[in-house]
Design a protein around this ligand. Structure first.
Ligand SMILES: Cc1cc2nc3c(=O)[nH]c(=O)nc-3n(C[C@H](O)[C@H](O)[C@H](O)COP(=O)(O)OP(=O)(O)OC[C@H]3O[C@@H](n4cnc5c(N)ncnc54)[C@H](O)[C@@H]3O)c2cc1C
Length: 388
């Protein structure tokens, strides 16, 4: 405990000295998020400085081992760091599919050379990754994917199409599921590979959504050559890597909105102190209690995972409930904001940020596997229900 106390004091002093005041203000919109990458566009010098300072300490990924650039913190120390960041309202220094998804898969399945090559640039925010899983005919039934990688001796030749590839047009590299054995059963002929989005033959086409903004792309591969050492895990055993990555993706999605603080404060920012009546305030209080309990459930599941006691299907429980909670959060906010919150454009509404985010939350129960798919997993793996 004494060690944790001194770590807390050290972290607090360092954050106080190093977190620029601008990086302690709530996010105004998605453009305030820092994604890094070769094509990074920083919204302000403070945003760049904050990412670089945290990366230099490995605190963009506090729990990864120091030999791969991470902070080397224990789970308890990382919790203290998050706690101290929350107290001063510090923003996440770096949002990244590399941190949330690829990194944990590499730590478990990557070779030493792959870890050395790919993890440090993720920590430093130098390479931005996107996820090539879904295809036009393969979403929930992901294992039916058809993008193929043919063995050409010293390389694979990749052909096919992915869809809903978030930020594919901004990403530097892709982690991608491909079929390497067309004759095997569908789960057994898949491999997990990595390649540069600037490779000849890769192209992307943005998809526009109801919110008017689109992170999504269709992604096409036309005779893309991929060196053979870019396979993560065993050839044709990519489904294991894919599933491990999905548990991390689902946990990340379950956390959405959890750093936004109390719903009352959010509503006050949107609608003014007295914008809500007693019934809505009651709903908000119930929401805050549920969110607090959910935060504890996330912490407990994390502790169980660290101790090797968490069932992999628990990530489906968190994902399902987290998605419901985030949708509820924004339904309540829209109720508090009334008709004004629906404003779509203009300075007063910060370019319709509340309405756009509200619509965006509808996708929480689709991305990373739909609600129905999570309920199927829970029924089958956790509850052992007959017929599931
Ligand atoms: C915001 C967002 C970001 C995304 N980002 C990415 C990304 O970066 N990379 C990527 O590869 N993909 C991404 N996706 C795609 C996502 O993984 C798929 O949308 C998801 O897996 C569902 O697949 P689908 O859209 O093909 O729906 P379908 O699989 O066609 O499902 C349609 C409906 O049928 C239901 N259904 C399907 N099968 C069953 C079943 N067995 N039992 C009961 N109901 C069933 C589903 O629940 C759903 O309601 C993203 C999606 C969203 C919304």
């Amino acid at each position: 405990m004494a060690d944790l106390d001194s770590f807390r004091a050290e972290a607090r002093a360092w954050l106080e000295a190093n977190c620029p005041p601008e990086m302690r203000l709530p996010l105004k919109d998605d453009d305030d998020r820092c994604w890094g990458g070769r094509k990074a566009v920083f919204k302000s010098p403070a945003q760049k400085l904050w990412m670089e300072r945290m990366a230099a300490r490995g605190w963009t990924v506090p729990e990864w081992p120091t030999q791969y650039g991470g902070g080397g913190l224990s789970r308890e120390e990382a919790k203290v760091l998050r706690d101290e960041m929350r107290k001063i309202g510090a923003r996440s220094p770096l949002d990244s599919f590399g941190i949330w998804m690829l990194g944990p898969a590499l730590l478990r399945y990557g070779t030493e050379a792959q870890k050395q090559e790919y993890l440090p640039p993720i920590v430093r925010g130098e390479i931005r990754w996107c996820q090539g899983y879904s295809e036009p005919g393969s979403g929930s039934d992901l294992a039916s994917l058809q993008t193929k990688a043919e063995d050409k001796g010293d390389h694979f030749l990749v052909n096919g199409q992915k869809v809903w590839t978030s930020y594919a047009d901004k990403a530097d590299w892709i982690f991608c599921l491909v079929r390497t054995d067309p004759n095997a059963k569908k789960h057994e002929g898949i491999s997990f590979i990595l390649f540069d989005m600037e490779s000849p033959g890769v192209s992307t086409r943005p998809i526009t959504l109801i919110s008017g903004k689109s992170p999504f792309c269709e992604t096409f591969f036309d005779n893309v050559e991929v060196p053979k050492d870019r396979v993560v895990g065993e050839l044709n055993k990519g489904w294991d890597v894919a599933k491990h990555l999905l548990t991390h993706e689902r946990e990340m999605i379950s956390n959405m909105g959890m750093d936004m603080g109390s719903i009352g404060r959010m509503a006050a920012r949107l609608a003014g102190e007295d914008g809500t009546g007693p019934i809505l305030r009651g709903d908000m209080a119930r929401f805050d209690v549920d969110a607090m309990a959910f935060r504890l459930a996330i912490e407990r599941t994390g502790d169980m995972a660290k101790a090797g006691q968490a069932h992999p299907a628990l990530s489906s429980v968190l994902k399902y409930y987290g998605a419901q909670l985030n949708k509820r959060r924004f339904e309540l906010l829209m109720s508090a904001g009334g008709a004004d919150a629906l404003e779509w454009e203009g300075e007063r509404s910060n370019e319709g940020q509340a309405a756009r985010t509200w619509l965006r939350t509808k996708a929480n129960s689709i991305e990373g596997g739909t609600d129905e798919v999570q309920l199927n997993i829970i029924a089958k793996r956790l509850l052992n229900l007959p017929g599931a």
